[in-house]
Design a protein around this ligand. Structure first.
Ligand SMILES: *Cc1c(COP(=O)(O)O)cnc(C)c1O
Length: 362
């Protein structure tokens, strides 16, 4: 590792592959003999057109995205998708939400503004520490879609089986597990992800939407910028896109391909997560907070049981070059986010440090 770089366990914005940052640095002043930085380039130029088209193509390759799905590079964060999804997809005015954490809850609350929104399952009774059984939910017969947050960044849970939507369209917020493993895109009507968790810098939102869900007949009050169809018809260039961020995402897609694609990345992620979960399962001081069959490969929350010790741990870990281990402000404790770009040595170092801390403080 380059000197002075720490192991960064932030939940987002989060660690990016060092190789990618190096390429970006090398190309910062003069992108491939264009004589300028990508930041300074017209988004209508040939050079930039090649950047965004290549990024889309590589993403399509990685996820095996079928031709009848559009890929959009948008802005506004996941939070804007909390609104864009209901605005664009509600036809009957009814949708069913599965509330497995803070982000799903926020999406559920925001959608209320636009229709009759039902909560068909939740795990709030146990502080969102598990994924509820979604094999036979009371899906509304006229639901326009069923909504999930697939990986719950704050609580560290993940859907390992998709809900039975009884034929309804599935919409998924994949922000914190996007490109961490292969996904069968055909099971979804719409997938979205804020890239600052696992893919790139904050400011880019990727939406993958089945073409038949692109609608012309949106409510007349709907801002043009919130129409998926407008962005799809303009290949994400209706207005100036988050151009530099998309370029970095493109570099990350190339890096993922070089790692062997999503199957290889999944195996790598499983190996990393196992090191940490195995340690937690055997520790006398640290404890994972999530039910085993709901565990995320990306976000791993844990506690000592004492707020004081938690604080001490976070502080001492930081001094050892293991940073951003504080849990989300709503749950406390610790959380290690171990996204694609976290090297295995980072997790090994963390576990080593935890073992040492345990010995000193038990
Ligand atoms: C971080 C996160 C969000 C919020 O993203 P913003 O870009 O801040 O709007 C929503 N959903 C999930 C799953 C997240 O991890």
């Amino acid at each position: 590792m380059t000197q002075n770089r720490v192991y960064n366990f932030s939940a987002g914005p989060a660690v990016l592959p060092q190789e990618v940052l190096k390429i970006a640095a090398d190309e910062m002043l003069n992108y491939q003999n264009s004589g300028m930085s990508v930041m300074e380039m017209s988004h209508r130029s040939k050079t930039y057109d090649n950047i965004i088209k290549t990024a889309e193509k590589d993403l399509r390759d990685l996820l095996n995205i079928p031709d009848n799905y559009k890929v959009l590079f948008l802005q506004g964060g996941a939070h804007l998708q909390f609104s864009m999804v209901p605005i664009n997809l509600l036809k009957n005015g009814v949708a069913d939400y599965i509330v497995t954490g803070q982000w799903a809850k926020k999406a559920y609350q925001e959608a209320q503004k636009y229709g009759k929104i039902n909560k068909v399952a939740t795990s709030e009774d146990k502080t969102f520490s598990y994924i509820p059984d979604c094999s036979d939910l009371d899906i509304s017969p006229d639901a326009d879609y069923v909504y999930i947050c697939e990986n719950n960044t704050i609580y560290g849970t993940k859907f390992h089986t998709l809900p039975n939507t009884k034929g309804k369209i599935l919409v998924s917020d994949m922000s914190s597990c996007f490109l961490s493993e292969p996904v069968d895109v055909t099971k979804y009507g719409l997938i979205y992800a804020g890239v600052q968790k696992n893919v790139g810098p904050a400011g880019v939102q990727i939406v993958i939407i089945r073409e038949d869900l692109l609608r012309e007949d949106l409510p007349s009050w709907c801002p043009t910028m919130l129409s998926y169809k407008v962005h799809a018809d303009n290949d994400s260039l209706y207005n100036t896109p988050p151009a530099y961020g998309i370029y970095i995402c493109g570099l990350v897609f190339k890096w993922l391909k070089k790692q062997g694609g999503l199957e290889a990345i999944k195996q790598h992620n499983e190996k990393k997560a196992k090191i940490l979960y195995d340690f937690l399962d055997n520790s006398k001081l640290f404890k994972g907070t999530v039910e085993k069959d709901s565990r995320s490969l990306m976000n791993v929350p844990f506690v000592t049981g004492s707020e004081e010790l938690d604080k001490k741990f976070i502080e001492e870990a930081k001094n050892a070059g293991l940073v951003q281990l504080k849990g989300h402000r709503s749950v406390g404790g610790m959380r290690a986010s171990i996204y694609n770009a976290m090297p295995i040595e980072g997790v090994e170092k963390l576990v080593e440090f935890m073992a040492k801390f345990e010995k000193e403080n038990l």
